[in-house]
Design a protein around this ligand. Structure first.
Ligand SMILES: *[C@@H]1O[C@H](CO)[C@@H](O)[C@H](O)[C@H]1NC(C)=O
Ligand SMILES: *[C@@H]1O[C@H](CO)[C@@H](O)[C@H](O)[C@H]1NC(C)=O
Length: 435
């Protein structure tokens, strides 16, 4: 995991009038402590506010600390006391809101037609030149129950397919075999309703849905992939949306139908939680990034109003091999979550676009990710290869004819503010040149 870059304090110059300097720093230390106390109070009180503060409310207070206000170190005497005073000074370390951004080449992006609707927590699969974009939230009180279809060969949104009424709208598990799309569990409904067990397949040729055996237990945003003829579903959150699940089940499927009556238990995943990328490459299955914990419904709320809970975002990479053994591989360059469909496989590497990283350590605000990552499947090494037009989470990625595409998700508030703001349906592409 990359260590966040901190803004180092200026060394103090003692050649100037000592008493003035001491008064100045006593004052600034006092102001600093007062400001930090306020920040913590503000972040605490917003902790249990509606999810809107963090997701869609554009009027939420912005607690940004301009990078120029990094406070100088108090004085050399404190330094001598070592760890203890350093710890006490901890909160006084002001961090730029953008400190988690990693250096990355700027790419030229070209805007394509936007999706018919904006969506957050949508899902996607690519079948040749067709890109199927499923469900998602328009906002917390409105979820989509259709599939939008984009044709990469003509760069147009060409179709809309209705989803079954019982099917989950967001936080799905999705996979494809090149004709059928499998949709497992997920969240049914608006706000922070819980997950369901119902599962379906869609024949993209006839546009007909079929039921699959229900998952043994409801899961929210489980890692899902079709691997060697079996649909694998693991991790995710349990019914309360927050508690990480470690269970791993599989079901033999062919041509959109289950070949078995029931899901089979498989070796549990070492770490649970939702919002991870799950990718099969030959006889290896990769599960990348994710988080533990998520927003939950406010107890007693008739509309299941979302309220923020403690989350830990991680960049862990797990690989399941043909002997069904898990191996831990090098972690992503930074913790990253909300990347279920933000990946493509190109030239024996996995490309991942955007996501969310750990919350800001001072403001506690959610921070989005704007980098494009590459995981080399031969060397098992990560690199940061480019930057998106903005930071964005739950984006849906595709690759066609040398172009990397992404559409939809929730973008940041601007170049200097990585907090989530507008839910978009924008579609972008860039010519990909991998080394
Ligand atoms: C501080 O912010 C300004 C404006 O956003 C930027 O140009 C500058 O590079 C930043 N400085 C550091 C140290 O990040
Ligand atoms: C993939 O590799 C081939 C062969 O080395 C190369 O021609 C191509 O440009 C690469 N693709 C991308 C997207 O860089």
């Amino acid at each position: 995991m990359a260590t966040p870059t901190r803004f180092h304090h200026q060394p103090l110059n003692h050649h100037h009038s000592a008493s003035k300097v001491i008064i100045f720093f006593c004052l600034s230390a006092f102001l600093g402590v007062a400001l930090v106390a306020n920040l913590f109070r503000a972040s605490l009180s917003s902790h249990y506010l509606s999810i809107a503060t963090n997701w869609v409310d554009t009027n939420a207070p912005v607690l940004l600390i301009p990078n120029a206000t990094a406070t100088p170190d108090t004085n050399n005497k404190n330094n001598e006391k070592g760890g203890k005073s350093a710890k006490r000074r901890g909160p006084e370390r002001f961090l730029s809101s953008t400190f988690a951004d990693l250096p990355a080449p700027e790419w030229h992006w070209e805007q394509m037609p936007s999706a018919p609707v904006p969506r957050l927590d949508g899902y996607s699969v690519q079948i040749k030149n067709m890109f199927y974009v499923l469900g998602g939230y328009a906002n917390l009180d409105h979820v989509h129950s259709h599939v939008d279809v984009f044709d990469f060969s003509i760069n147009k949104w060409v179709d809309e397919i209705k989803m079954p009424k019982e099917m989950a709208h967001s936080h799905l598990g999705v996979a494809t075999d090149g004709r059928y799309i499998y949709v497992v569990s997920g969240q049914h409904g608006t706000q922070c309703r819980g997950p369901t067990t119902v599962s379906f397949s869609l024949d993209t040729v006839t546009k007909k849905w079929k039921s699959l055996p229900p998952l043994p237990e409801p899961r929210y945003a489980p890692a899902t992939q079709l691997w060697k003829g079996r649909l694998h579903v693991m991790g995710g959150s349990k019914e309360n949306r927050h508690t990480p699940g470690l269970d791993h089940w599989s079901l033999a499927v062919k041509d959109g139908e289950a070949l078995e009556q029931q899901w089979r238990d498989e070796v549990p995943i070492p770490r649970g939680g939702p919002h991870r990328a799950c990718i099969a490459v030959d006889d290896r299955l990769f599960v990348i990034g994710g988080q533990e914990g998520d927003f939950m419904a406010k107890p007693g709320s008739p509309i299941f109003k979302c309220s923020r809970r403690h989350e830990v975002v991680y960049g862990d990479v797990y690989m399941l091999d043909k002997d069904m053994k898990w191996t831990i591989l090098p972690a992503m360059p930074k913790p990253n979550s909300h990347i279920e469909c933000a990946w493509v496989i190109v030239n024996n590497s996995i490309i991942i676009t955007g996501g969310t990283t750990e919350k800001h350590p001072v403001t506690k605000r959610m921070m989005l990710v704007g980098e494009v990552f590459q995981f080399h499947l031969d060397s098992m090494k990560w690199s940061v290869i480019g930057r998106l037009p903005y930071r964005i989470k739950t984006t849906l990625a595709g690759f066609w004819d040398g172009w990397l595409y992404f559409t939809s998700g929730q973008r940041d508030r601007g170049p200097d503010n990585p907090q989530p703001r507008t839910v978009v349906g924008e579609t972008w592409r860039t010519k990909l040149h991998l080394s």
